[in-house]
Design a binder for this molecule. Structure first.
Ligand SMILES: CC(C)(COP(=O)(O)OP(=O)(O)OC[C@H]1O[C@@H](n2cnc3c(N)ncnc32)[C@H](O)[C@@H]1OP(=O)(O)O)[C@@H](O)C(=O)NCCC(=O)NCCS
Length: 254
């Protein structure tokens, strides 16, 4: 929106992130510096079962781990999301030393017009048409984790939320996909994945462009990237601009 300050845009990114929890979770309970967020129907979906840190807790990594142990006691994973980045940066190294996975997330908002795109054909497909690609992506990210339960839960939720899926085919088979989720005013490109054999051929660019087009004229269109990896450059080339930096800390099930 015109006249937005950076803090207005960051506040809307944070509001969208919290709204995703509110739409799915059956329990969101306050603790001293944030909320405990739980979705009992989707226990293997880390994004909806976590400790949300909303302010500066001033706690050590050990104290935060104990809090997560209490809050998520019956679950095999642990997950803490920090909304403010500074306190997260202070404890990050201790979490990494304890074997947690740490991802610094950059939330980007679509603000500049799309540049001309590559000649790659993108089509809307059903959720299940890219099931193999979803499994492959999970294996890339979590090679030692059985993500079957997560895949089932993610599918149920995505179908209930009417997500839109776009794909690029090669000899009839989908080799890359993007996924878009929306409500009345806001949308997010939640997934962009290209089969490793097809990377660097502008499919990711074509899919992200198509997802921006499919989102239409929403007030905010978000995409979230690893702040320490390359795809954020791709999104920047397509008109996405940094809005907010957060951090997620995960201890995978053993
Ligand atoms: C990121 C990804 C979708 C890009 O798809 P792509 O078709 O290879 O991308 P394009 O050919 O359109 O554009 C190239 C850009 O993609 C990114 N990219 C390309 N290969 C990549 C790779 N192996 N790993 C990470 N990013 C890569 C870079 O930004 C690259 O630009 P650069 O060369 O200037 O760094 C693809 O690499 C992928 O599926 N990665 C794994 C899943 C993932 O990280 N998804 C994004 C979540 S935010």
């Amino acid at each position: 929106m015109s006249g937005d300050t950076p803090s207005d845009v960051e506040a809307r990114a944070r509001a969208w992130y919290r709204a995703r929890h509110s739409a799915v979770c059956d329990r969101i309970e306050p603790w001293a510096h944030g909320s405990i967020v739980r979705a009992s129907r989707f226990p293997d979906y880390f994004e909806f079962n976590l400790v949300r840190v909303e302010g500066d807790p001033g706690l050590s990594a050990r104290e935060l781990m104990e809090l997560a142990d209490d809050a998520l006691a019956e679950l095999p994973h642990r997950r803490i999301d920090f909304e403010p980045i500074e306190p997260a940066d202070r404890v990050r190294a201790d979490f990494e030393a304890a074997g947690w996975e740490v991802t610094r997330l950059l939330w980007l908002r679509h603000e500049a017009p799309l540049p001309p795109g590559p000649d790659v054909s993108v089509e809307a497909v059903a959720y299940d048409e890219v099931a193999d690609l979803r499994v492959r992506w999970n294996r890339e990210d979590f090679p030692d984790l059985d993500t079957t339960a997560f895949q089932i839960q993610a599918r149920e939720l995505a179908l209930a939320q009417d997500v839109e899926v776009l794909a690029v085919r090669e000899r009839g088979e989908p080799v890359a996909f993007a996924q878009l989720q929306r409500d009345r005013t806001t949308a997010e490109v939640t997934h962009v994945y290209v089969h490793p054999d097809h990377r660097g051929n502008l499919m990711g660019t074509a899919l992200t462009r198509a997802a921006v087009g499919a989102a239409g004229s929403v007030e905010d269109l978000w995409i979230v990237a690893d702040d320490e990896d390359r795809p954020k450059e791709l999104y920047a080339r397509l008109g996405f601009r940094p809005a907010w930096t957060s951090m997620e800390l995960t201890r995978l099930p053993s």
